[in-house]
Write a protein that binds this ligand. Structure first.
Ligand code: DAH
Length: 349
C-alpha cells in the first residue's frame, strides 16, 4: 500500500471514529472533549495533514481531499450533536428553573379604610341619602364662629382655657382650634339662604386628657336643617332614621332634655345598646342605652346672628362623635387604639 493510500484510509477511519465519538457524547462536556480530540491541534487528522509532506507530489491532492473530506464530515457530525445536546441542556435548565406554581398564589395584602373613616363615610352616605349636602369648615376657627354666633355668652365655661386650645394669633383668645363642628353651621348659614340641609363631618380639638373615651383630637359630625315649618318632630325623626340606617331598625332612639346655648329646646340623644339590645352590659354600663350626642331647635339668637329671619324659618341641629360610634361598633375599648397607627390593631377590621 502506498503512503498516500494509507493516509487516505486513516483519514476515513478517523472520520468514522470521530463521528461515532461525537454521536455518543452524552453531554456538552463529553462533546467538547471529543471535539478537542478529533478536530483540535494535536488531532490525528492534523497529523495526517502534516504527513502529506511525505507523499509524492502527484498523490498529495488525493490525500488533501481525503483530509478535508474527513474534516468536513467531522465538523458536520460535531455540529449536529452540538445542536441536540444544547437543546437538551436548555430543556433541562428550563425544567430545573421552573417556578412551582402548584402552591397557589401568595396572599395579596390589601389595605382598607380606617374604622373611623368608614363610619364617617357611612354617615355621609346616610345623610346624602336623606337629601343633605356635605359641608366643610376650617379647623382653626375664630371666636365668632366657634362661640359667639352660637350664642355662647361671654363667661361660658366652654370658652375657658381648660377646654379650648387657643392659637397665638390676633387678639388674645380670638383664634382657636375649633372645639366642635358646630361653627360650620354658622359658616353655612352665613353663606347661603335657606332651605339648608347639610352635614359637616370633621376634626375637633379640646384640652382633654387622654382616657378610654376622650382624646384631645376627635371627630364629630354636625347636622343642620333650616327651612320653613321645621319642628322638633322632624329632628327626632331624622335622628331615629340615621340610627336605624346605621345600626339596624331594631335599635331604638331615646331623647332627654338638655341644654346647649345654640339650641332651644335642646336634647341629648342615645340609642339602645347594640351589644345587649337594651338588656344591659358593660358597654352601656348596664343602662341599656349609649349616649350619642346633642341636638335641638336652632336658637333664634343664632338665626339673628347670621341674618336669617327667625319669624320665617325654623331649624334643627345635631352633633355627635364619630370616633364614639366607631368605638362602639367595632368594640374598641380604648380610644387611643384608633390613633396609635399599630397595624396589628388596624388589620382586625
Ligand atoms: N357641639 C356640641 C358638642 O360638641 C354638640 C351639639 C349639640 C351639636 C347640640 C349640635 C347641637 O348641633 O344642636 O358637644
Amino acid at each position: 500500500m502506498t503512503v498516500a493510500n494509507d493516509l487516505v484510509e486513516r483519514a476515513e477511519s478517523v472520520a468514522r471514529e470521530g463521528a461515532d465519538a461525537f454521536s455518543r457524547a452524552a453531554a456538552l462536556d463529553d462533546l467538547a472533549d471529543a471535539e478537542r480530540r478529533f478536530l483540535g491541534k494535536s488531532s490525528a487528522l492534523n497529523e495526517i495533514r502534516e504527513a502529506i509532506k511525505s507523499v509524492e507530489g502527484s498523490e498529495r491532492a488525493l490525500v488533501g481531499k481525503a483530509v478535508s473530506g474527513a474534516r468536513a464530515e467531522l465538523e458536520a457530525a460535531y455540529a449536529a450533536r452540538l445542536e441536540v445536546l444544547e437543546a437538551q441542556a436548555a430543556t433541562l435548565s428550563a425544567t430545573r428553573d421552573r417556578l412551582d406554581l402548584t402552591l397557589g398564589p401568595r396572599e395579596y395584602v390589601r389595605g382598607h379604610l380606617h374604622p373611623v373613616t368608614r363610619i364617617w363615610r357611612e354617615l355621609e352616605d346616610v345623610f346624602v341619602g336623606l337629601g343633605y349636602k356635605v359641608a366643610e369648615g376650617p379647623e382653626v376657627e375664630l371666636d365668632w364662629y366657634n362661640f359667639e354666633a352660637l350664642n355662647f355668652p361671654p363667661g361660658h365655661p366652654a370658652r375657658a382655657m381648660q377646654d379650648t386650645l387657643y392659637v397665638r394669633l390676633g387678639a388674645r383668645e380670638s383664634v382657636m382650634l375649633r372645639t366642635h363642628t358646630s361653627p360650620v353651621q354658622v359658616r353655612t348659614m352665613e353663606s347661603q339662604p335657606p332651605p339648608i340641609y347639610v352635614v359637616a363631618p370633621g376634626r375637633a380639638f379640646r384640652r382633654d386628657t387622654l382616657d378610654a373615651r376622650h382624646s384631645p383630637v376627635f371627630h364629630q359630625i354636625e347636622g343642620l336643617a333650616v327651612d320653613e315649618g321645621i319642628t322638633l318632630g322632624d329632628l327626632l325623626g331624622t335622628i331615629e332614621a340615621f340610627i336605624h340606617a346605621l345600626f339596624g331598625s331594631d335599635i331604638e332612639a331615646r331623647f332627654l332634655p338638655s341644654f346647649f346655648p345654640f339650641t332651644e329646646p335642646s336634647v341629648e340623644f342615645a340609642m339602645s345598646c347594640v351589644f345587649c339590645r337594651g338588656a344591659g352590659c358593660t358597654v352601656c354600663s348596664r343602662t341599656g342605652w349609649v349616649e350619642l350626642g346633642g341636638a335641638g331647635m336652632v336658637d333664634p339668637n343664632v338665626f339673628t346672628a347670621v341674618g336669617i329671619d327667625p319669624e320665617v324659618y325654623t331649624g334643627f341641629a345635631f352633633g355627635f362623635g364619630i370616633d364614639r360610634v366607631a368605638q362602639l361598633l367595632y368594640g374598641v375599648d380604648h380610644i387611643k387604639n384608633l390613633w396609635d397607627g399599630d397595624v396589628r390593631f388596624a388589620r382586625q377590621f
